[in-house]
Write a protein that binds this ligand. Structure first.
Ligand code: COA
Length: 161
């Protein structure tokens, strides 16, 4: 049976840390669906379509990766799509409690759904999308934080805000 996993997130915008997790998942599983979702606790900066486009560009070389988006619960989408595993990156101990809560809740909502954590690489340990947005907005250099192929688009979008 083909193993499909889902990498969910806000991706506002995609960073090298996200790309590292997606790339590693694409080597481990047959198919990776990267889902650009709404985190109701956050007000996004990039539109869903913009975030999807940046991800499409950043993952162009990864043939088994598909970029998707939907409204509603991740657990329900996974049931509908017959996806049984979520892959997420864990950066530091500070991520753990929140990720643990989400993993348990998703499993309560859909008992067939497992969450698999990959440890972030050392360069992404302290990286986040909001940090990238703040540095970019203030004219700082974000070259070390975002995929090179989408760097210019992210910079010009952040400057326009
Ligand atoms: N490298 C670098 N940064 C990373 C990273 C990595 N490997 N993994 C996560 N991050 C960053 C993200 O960019 C994000 O940064 P930000 O807070 O500055 O935006 C932060 O860490 C948190 O990431 P994550 O835990 O993935 O949260 P998220 O907001 O990106 O995604 C959803 C959360 C969208 C997956 C979750 O809200 C969801 O599933 N929503 C759908 C509705 C639903 O089912 N809700 C019930 C959930 S139990």
């Amino acid at each position: 049976m083909k193993k499909t996993v889902i990498c969910p997130g806000s991706f506002d915008p995609v960073t090298l840390g996200h790309l590292d997790i997606i790339t590693r998942a694409s080597r481990m599983f047959d198919k990776v669906k990267v889902a650009v979702l709404i985190n109701s606790a956050k007000t996004p900066c990039f539109s869903i379509e913009e975030r999807m486009e940046l991800l499409r560009e950043a993952t162009r070389g990864l043939e088994n990766v598909e970029i998707v988006s939907f409204e509603g619960l991740l657990a329900n989408y996974c049931r509908e799509q017959k996806v049984h595993a979520i892959v997420k990156g864990l950066r530091a101990v500070s991520d753990f409690e929140y990720e643990f809560q989400m993993a348990i809740t998703n499993k309560k909502l859909n008992p067939e759904l497992e969450t698999i954590f990959l440890t972030a690489d050392s360069d992404s340990m302290y990286l986040s999308s909001s940090m990238v947005r703040e540095i970019g907005r203030m004219g700082g250099d974000i070259r070390n934080f975002v995929p090179a192929c989408v760097h210019d688009r992210i910079v010009s979008r952040l400057k326009s805000l």
